[in-house]
Ligand binder design. Structure first.
Ligand code: FE2
Ligand code: FE2
Length: 282
């Protein structure tokens, strides 16, 4: 996308862009295709011992486990659900990207989970976009923050401190202190990972007021859904409670009412509370 070349160069000079675990990238490809089957997903997961073990643990957790022990990936997929299983693989991969997992990383992770649940609920309610895609978009939207935090830990801790002490949005503090921000970094990652265009747009433009010219207008709709989900979670203090960073939510852009959004907020909080232990452990 149209990114300032000098910003791009500055990022590439200072930041090592990670690669996406092969399982996750194959699962994302699977999501993009109609008619993918349970056995394809099963094959993908079963090839990776560490993912298999973790996903079986989730299937046997109190939230999903209903008595009988789940010991195969295919029964885990049936228990957890085909679509949820795919998003769990992406969620686990994003969590693995953190090179350490302290308080800030936990908050960031909680924020991504909250936004992903909120985005999928908004998608179901408005029927504007696919709920599963919205869920993945929510999980990935702030991936640039994770990469910055891993690459520049000493500098990023100062960014985080200013965000929390002064209540200024991440995007402004990052741009001021680093010369670029998590959306610039995220855009580069999305292209390196060859993510679907809709995800790339969300990752790169979820803080932009103006969108680039897009071939497919549904990408802008997806971006608006995630923007609203992001704002909702910040307002509710899911992940981060940032006193002054509470953005105005343009709910009209996606045809929601204030009451509708409040109801979604309550549902997100309950869903997160119920599933948090499983999702944190995935
Ligand atoms: Fe963001
Ligand atoms: Fe966010």
């Amino acid at each position: 996308m149209m990114q300032n070349n000098s910003i791009e160069k500055l990022i590439l000079d200072t930041v090592d862009l990670p690669s996406l675990p092969p399982v996750a990238s194959k699962v994302l490809q699977l999501m993009n295709r109609d008619g993918s089957s349970v056995s394809e997903l099963e094959d993908l997961i079963a090839k990776d011992q560490s993912f298999s073990t973790r996903l079986l643990r989730v299937a046997n957790s109190p939230y999903y486990g209903r008595g009988r022990a789940i010991d195969t990936i295919s029964s885990a997929i049936i228990m957890i659900g085909f679509n949820t299983m795919k998003t769990l693989v992406v969620a686990a991969s994003i969590k693995d990207m953190h090179s350490r997992f302290g308080l800030f990383e936990k908050k960031l992770w909680e924020h991504s989970l909250g936004v992903s649940i909120a985005a999928s609920m908004i998608a179901k309610k408005t029927r504007l976009v696919h709920a599963e895609e919205a869920m993945v978009a929510g999980l990935l939207h702030d991936v640039g923050k994770t990469v910055l935090n891993n690459n520049l830990p000493d500098k990023y801790v100062l960014v985080v401190e200013r965000v929390f002490e002064e209540g200024i949005p991440f995007i402004s503090v990052e741009t001021e202190m680093l010369g670029y921000n998590h959306c610039n970094v995220g855009g580069l990652i999305a292209r390196k990972w060859k993510l679907p265009k809709g995800l790339e747009v969300v990752i790169e433009y979820h803080h932009s007021e103006e969108m680039p010219v897009l071939d497919d207008s549904s990408h802008e709709v997806m971006c608006n859904v995630v923007k609203v989900a992001d704002a909702l979670c910040l307002n509710l203090g899911i992940g981060f409670q940032l006193s002054k960073e509470i953005p105005d939510i343009d709910i009209q852009a996606i045809g929601l009412t204030k009451e509708g959004l409040d109801a979604i907020g309550a549902e997100v909080e309950t869903a997160l509370e119920e599933q948090m232990a499983e999702l944190l452990a995935v």
